[in-house]
Design a protein around this ligand. Sequence first.
Ligand code: CA
Ligand code: CA
Ligand code: CA
Ligand code: CA
Length: 334
Amino acid sequence: MPQLTVNKVTTTPGPISQPGKAIYTITVTNASDRAMATNVNITDPLPSGFSFDGSVAPTITLNAGVTRTSVINPNTGDTILNFGSFDIPGGGSVQISFSTDIAATVVDGRYQNNATATYIDPTRTVANGTTSSSYDSASSTGEDVTVGTVPPSPPPGNISLRGIKRITNVIRNGIPIPGVNFNQTIDDPNDPNDDRTIWSSSAIAPTGVIRIDPQLLLKAGDEVEYTIYFLVDGNQPIPNARLCDSIPLGTNFIADAFGSGNGIALNMANTITNQTNSSDADRGSYFSPVAPLPANNVCPNQGNPTGAVLVNFGTLDYTSGNNAGFVRFRVRLE
Ligand SMILES: [Ca+2]
Ligand SMILES: [Ca+2]
Ligand SMILES: [Ca+2]
Ligand SMILES: [Ca+2]
């Protein structure tokens, strides 16, 4: 008795954009030491929207004594493919590779594709009675073809961190000085980092002024509040992000601006936390003039002549809504 097994694989698992082509290989094998399977015909009903691609001749390989007793090949456009006819001795096999067209109308999805070998039934009770063996498409992913738009390759990594600095308050004798609108948003034509188009999608509106009109004549004792806004507008998180901002010459850092020993306010991902001035477990620290700066700081002047505010952000988020924040501190004019 013959014992046929049918296997099917594809070299084009996809995803394949429509219209496209899928290539399959069907192998029909008779087990060794079995009787000849005669008049073997191989049938492959294709998935809906797939059809035989006659522009590429099928490759048919006869192994170990197989003969082809008549030549039946599919025609271009066929949706049920027939390859015949073969006599396959025990231990012999037939391998058929062919191309199919996938129509533009084929819906996105993963397509299973079985196949059947039919041959003369040695135990037939009627003339030319047949039996068959099939490849069960559910038994393997080897013939699965995924049809669908090929996703575009992700954009290359783009790391971008922008910062702008504003004066967000001037306090004289306990109240903001009159004549300055600290709630305005300024887009300096000479600074690409403060463009409204860049910040419009962030959760932070960088308000404040760039400088105080000299005619307002700041006085000794006035408190000036600085806010350094930052925005991550690339498509990558920024690990180990750091800031160093020197205290302006002629001013003194206000150590208790946001609470006792808390002279720094930090907004990260829409959460404001006051930072201690000491170099401890939180993210902010203040180093008084000429104090030695810590390792791995990003201060422009390692001599630290005027004092400096340092922030170790850790990893900055780039996702919309969480990608902006600020560092805020105050100084008093000498
Ligand atoms: Ca099929
Ligand atoms: Ca399958
Ligand atoms: Ca600008
Ligand atoms: Ca601290």
